[in-house]
Each structure stands twice: as structure tokens, then as C-alpha cells.
Write a protein that binds this ligand. Structure first.
Ligand SMILES: [Zn+2]
Length: 477
């Protein structure tokens, strides 16, 4: 019996069968960063887990259209820029660049669009105007607020059912009708960046951007919306209210997926505790593949307490995976294809196939990579026995093709298992040329251009895997 993919939906608070709105297409929007500071390991957990979800859906034959925004207009950015005496755009550009570098190093598939708020102000103004025309929003003191009382389903996503739980943005209490109304447009204060609008100079509130940019690229209803758990309230609750009022369709999003909290020493990362772990520092000490393996070793919904011991354990596991891949690759080249297997070999092959089945069955249960992990190691053990004995070609070949699938879905050890693309003719030669340009820029320590080339090639479906002395390239299949 075929088992369907089950996904935990924050909206229904239950496991549901995954049936996209118009298969094979899956439209996915993931809330991205607010670039006012370094990318930290909490961001990495969210990025890697959504990358894994996307890779798994693609592996299952879905065509994922993936949008991830950048909140480059926000209170935190404005305050930090003022503190540092920097122009806000200079600040955001620095941290956006760092974020993209971290994504690239972590072998994360580039989203198809990474829309920025500052490029979508006109769309946002139009969206707010349409909410006002239908009286879902009101102007007060040069700002515009969403009137929560007009939306009967408020609280359905977060499960916050009492009005006291909805209170937010209390600094605008004097202007708002209710303490739980929220800003769609904020009147500009002195020294703040602003744009013109029918309500005077100002800038968008935080929540409106995601309703606007998701609908612009994905339409009025789509399949998956996600982000970190901390975004459920008020951010995602407010997005639902705005979007369902604007489009008159329910549910706006079919599946809400949220990544669990990442803590350090059992505490939420914060400046005051001094326990923020910056992604690029960890990337200097650990292989990107090890970090991915670590981030995927806990189920995405469970809390994860970040530790270096955990990363060290992932390093050991990674070494085991690499070792088996390399030995198998070598052996498969040397071994002869047998004409017949003995009873024991057939039995071992069946055991391996059972473990592979269990591995994939675990992933069907809400992308449970953690549950799948022990089966991976059991597969490695079975393969290693065959390697030691130098026999059972079909088992090793089957195991190797499993490791290829594992590598593709987890984004781990891809350079070891994928065969470099052989594209004859001009296109192949041009790709080689671009890779050579990138190599030379890297030698000149021009990381910006080198990373940009990698990012743009990735967007075109050409994936680069850097090895010690060469760069392999693959066409996304
Ligand atoms: Zn968002």
C-alpha cells in the first residue's frame, strides 16, 4: 500500500494528507530575514529545514515554486541604522549579502524570487487601499490600521481566542479603535525613511508585506506558508486576516508549516544573554554538510538546543556517510556484475531494501528526518559489511542509489554522489567558462562576484559544488 505524505498543519493543529491545490505544482512562501544584524543559527535552522522540505517535495515529483521575502523596511532596521549612524539601505545591503552567502555555503536551493519590501511599496499601497475601500481598515493620525473586529476568524491560526491575547502594538493605543488592531501603514517620524501614499508620507507595517508579495507571485490562494514558530502570532495571524478580507477566499493558505525554536544553553538567543551564535562563525569551524546534517537530525517541529557536541556528533556521522559512499563508488567500478546470488546475499539485499523503505516511510510522516536517521545508519552498516567482504554487487549498487537519493533530499554530500553533467557543445563550454571566471574572482578574494555567480547559476538550475581543487557542476534534474 502506498503511503501518502502527511503534513502537520498549524491551522488545523493536526496531521493532514498533503494534497496541493493544483498538482504537480506546489506554491510555497517562507518568511525571510529582517536584515539588521548577522544571520544566526536560528535562521539557519529555518532555512535548512525549508530547503529540505522543498528538496523532498521535488524528489517526490512536485514542482515547487518557492518565494522567500526580505523585510528590508522595519523598525529594527531603522533603529539600528540610526544607532550606527548608517544609511538604512547600507545596513540592509550588508546583511542581505551575508544572508545570501550563508545560504549559498549551506547548499540551499535559491528561492525563485526573493522579493524585498522596498521594491514593492506601490503594490502595498494598492493592497491597503483596497482594504480601506471595503472598510476593513481605517486611517488615524496619518497611519492606517486593520480593524480586527471585521474579521470573524481572527485567532484561528494561533489558537489565541481571547481578546486580551490579541493585544499588540500598544504604542499606538491612542490612535487605534481597539488594542488589538495593527498597523498596515505607519506615518513617518522625523529621520525615518518614507514613501508617499494617499495617507501622507510613511512606510508599510510589518505584516502587510507578506500578504502583498505572496499574492503577487503565488496568487490569491497557495499551498504552503511557513517560517519560524515565533511568527505564528501576531505575524501570520495578521497576514491571514488581511488576505482573507482582501480576496474573500478561505483558507488563504492550505498548509501552515512552522519550524520549532532553537535555543542555546536552554535559553532563547539574545543580545543581553550574549548567547547569539553567528552562522558564518560556525561555517568557519564546521563543514556546511555537517551543519545541514545536524539541523536535520531533530524533527523540524521539535525544539532544538544548539550545542557544539551535537555538531561534533554530526561530524562523525557525516564521516561515516562519506566513507561508505567513497568505498562503494570504488568497489562498484572494480566488481563484476554477478550472474547469480547465493541465499545469504539475497537475504541481505532484502534486509537492506526493508531499511530503505522504512527510511522513506519516516519522511512521509511530516518530513520526519529524525526518525529516518537510524535507518540511514543501519543501511550504512549493511553496506559496510558487504564492502568488507567485497561481495554482493546488487546490494552495493542498490545502497549507492539510495545514498544518491538521500544526498539529493538532505542536500548533504552531493558532490560525492552526483555525476558531473556532460553537456556537449556551446552551453557546456560557456558554463565551464563562467566557473573559471568565478575561480579567478575567488583567487582574487572577490567573494562578492564569486558568490553572485554561484547564486545566479543556481537560479538557472546549474548547481556548483566546490571541492578542494575543483568545482563540480550539476544541472538540477
Ligand atoms: Zn512574513
Amino acid at each position: 500500500m502506498r503511503i501518502m505524505l502527511k503534513v502537520y498543519n498549524t491551522l488545523s493543529k493536526s496531521l493532514e494528507e498533503f494534497i496541493p491545490l493544483s498538482p504537480p505544482e506546489v506554491k510555497m512562501y517562507v518568511c525571510g530575514p529582517t536584515p539588521y544584524d548577522h544571520t544566526h543559527v536560528g535562521h539557519v535552522r529555518t532555512i535548512v529545514n525549508f530547503d529540505f522540505i522543498r528538496r523532498y517535495l521535488e524528489f517526490k515529483g512536485y514542482e515547487v515554486f518557492h518565494i522567500s521575502n526580505i523585510t528590508d523596511v522595519d523598525d529594527k532596521i531603522i533603529n539600528r541604522a540610526l544607532e550606527k549612524g548608517m544609511y538604512w539601505k547600507e545596513l540592509t545591503e550588508t546583511y542581505i549579502k551575508e544572508y545570501v552567502e550563508v545560504m549559498n555555503k549551506l547548499n540551499v536551493l535559491s528561492p525563485h524570487v526573493m522579493p524585498k519590501v522596498s521594491d514593492h511599496i506601490e503594490d502595498i499601497v494598492k493592497f491597503i487601499s483596497s482594504l480601506m475601500e471595503r472598510s476593513y481598515a481605517y486611517e488615524s493620525g496619518g497611519s492606517v490600521y486593520f480593524e480586527v473586529d471585521k474579521f470573524p476568524y481572527y485567532g484561528a491560526l494561533s489558537g489565541a481566542t481571547k481578546e486580551e491575547e490579541w493585544e499588540q502594538e500598544l504604542e499606538f493605543l491612542m490612535e487605534k479603535k481597539r488594542p488589538y488592531d495593527f498597523a498596515l501603514w505607519k506615518k513617518a517620524k522625523p529621520k525615518e525613511p518614507y514613501w508617499d501614499s494617499p495617507w501622507g508620507p510613511g512606510r508599510p507595517g510589518w505584516h502587510i508585506e507578506c500578504s502583498v508579495m505572496s499574492s503577487k507571485y503565488l496568487g490569491e490562494q497557495f499551498d504552503i506558508h511557513g517560517g519560524g514558530r515565533d511568527l505564528i502570532f501576531p505575524h501570520h495571524e495578521n497576514e491571514v486576516a488581511q488576505s482573507e478580507c482582501a480576496f474573500g477566499k478561505r483558507p488563504w493558505v492550505k498548509y501552515w508549516i512552522h519550524i520549532g525554536y532553537l535555543t542555546v544553553g536552554g535559553e532563547k538567543m539574545s543580545k543581553s544573554l550574549g548567547n547569539i551564535i553567528i552562522a558564518k562563525d560556525v561555517l568557519e569551524k564546521y563543514d556546511a554538510d555537517v551543519i545541514r546534517l545536524y539541523m536535520l537530525s531533530t524533527h523540524y517541529r521539535s525544539p532544538l538546543d544548539f550545542t557544539y557536541e551535537g555538531l561534533d556528533q554530526a561530524s562523525k556521522n557525516y564521516a561515516r556517510i562519506l566513507n561508505t559512499i567513497r568505498l562503494t563508488k570504488g568497489l562498484l567500478r572494480e566488481m563484476e556484475v554477478p550472474s547469480k546470488l547465493n541465499e545469504e546475499e539475497i537475504r541481505e539485499l532484502k534486509v537492506l531494501q526493508k531499511e530503505v523503505e522504512r527510511f522513506f516511510k519516516s519522511l512521509e510522516e511530516d518530513f520526519n528526518a529524525m526518525k529516518a536517521m537510524p535507518y540511514l545508519f543501519s543501511i550504512l552498516t549493511i553496506m559496510n559489511k558487504a564492502i568488507m567482504e567485497g561481495k554482493n554487487y546488487p546490494l552495493l549498487a542498490y545502497g549507492f542509489s539510495f545514498l544518491k537519493s538521500f544526498s539529493r533530499v538532505f542536500g548533504v554530500a552531493e558532490g560525492e554522489v552526483l555525476e558531473a553533467a556532460k553537456i556537449e557543445g556551446l552551453v557546456g563550454k560557456l558554463i565551464e567558462l563562467i566557473i573559471e571566471v568565478r575561480r579567478r574572482r575567488r583567487l582574487a578574494k572577490d567573494w562578492e562576484i564569486a558568490d553572485w555567480i554561484r547564486f545566479e547559476l543556481n537560479r538557472l538550475g546549474v548547481r556548483l559544488v566546490d571541492q578542494k581543487d575543483k568545482t563540480l557542476w550539476f544541472i538540477k534534474s
